[in-house]
Design a protein around this ligand. Structure first.
Ligand SMILES: CC(C)(COP(=O)(O)OP(=O)(O)OC[C@H]1O[C@@H](n2cnc3c(N)ncnc32)[C@H](O)[C@@H]1OP(=O)(O)O)[C@@H](O)C(=O)NCCC(=O)NCCS
Length: 166
């Protein structure tokens, strides 16, 4: 498995992840198909500006166009302090096999090597067992619960944080 930067050819992978009601159940519901290209442009811009690490998970390095999901880190202020927020999605046929765990570890290693991405925050929905389990096993500290605004809605989430410099 490897991670590669998102590229302009990833529209179909984005559509599969972001327009699926099950995949998006904790992320504000499915995105309208017509918004996918704009989301991809937004992510490409984040990477180009150095404000995001947006990675596609490639299970077979021989075929980098076939992706199992995505792991993302983007820089923004959290509670008024510079920070980064991490996110993850793994397509249903690849779930339950440790793909998210391996991919997130790889992304955090890259961020640690690059520097400037700590602390890393995560805001999984309170009932998202896999995502909360992932935070726990990756060594994130649980700060508590909070209301997190996202895509024009407010979600009941847990708040986890990881210090990459520790
Ligand atoms: C969350 C998601 C990325 C997990 O992907 P995955 O590749 O199946 O996850 P993994 O197999 O690496 O498992 C991650 C951890 O969660 C646990 N887990 C997985 N599925 C679980 C479930 N249904 N219930 C409880 N724990 C679960 C695993 O045991 C593992 O824990 P461990 O690290 O202690 O072994 C995937 O389910 C997904 O994309 N869901 C839809 C999008 C989403 O909710 N994104 C996150 C928004 S906060």
């Amino acid at each position: 498995m490897l991670l590669r930067d998102v590229d302009a050819g990833d529209v179909e992978a984005y559509r599969r992840m972001r327009c699926d009601p099950v995949m998006m159940a904790d992320l504000g519901g499915p995105m309208p198909a017509e918004s996918v290209a704009g989301q991809l442009r937004h992510d490409l811009d984040l990477v180009a500006r150095g404000a995001g690490l947006i990675k596609m998970i490639v299970p077979d390095p021989a075929d980098p166009t076939a992706v199992a999901g995505t792991v993302t880190l983007h820089r923004h202020a959290i509670d008024g302090a510079p920070a980064a927020e991490i996110g993850w999605m793994v397509l249903p046929e690849h779930q339950g096999r440790g793909v998210a765990g391996r991919a997130v570890r790889m992304l955090l290693d890259e961020a640690r090597r690059a520097g400037g991405w700590s602390p890393v925050h995560a805001f999984p929905g309170v009932d998202n067992a896999a995502s909360n389990g992932l935070c726990r096993s990756l060594g994130f500290a649980l700060l508590g619960k909070r209301e997190t605004p996202f895509r024009g809605q407010v979600f009941r989430t847990r708040h986890w944080v990881l210090d990459l410099l520790a």
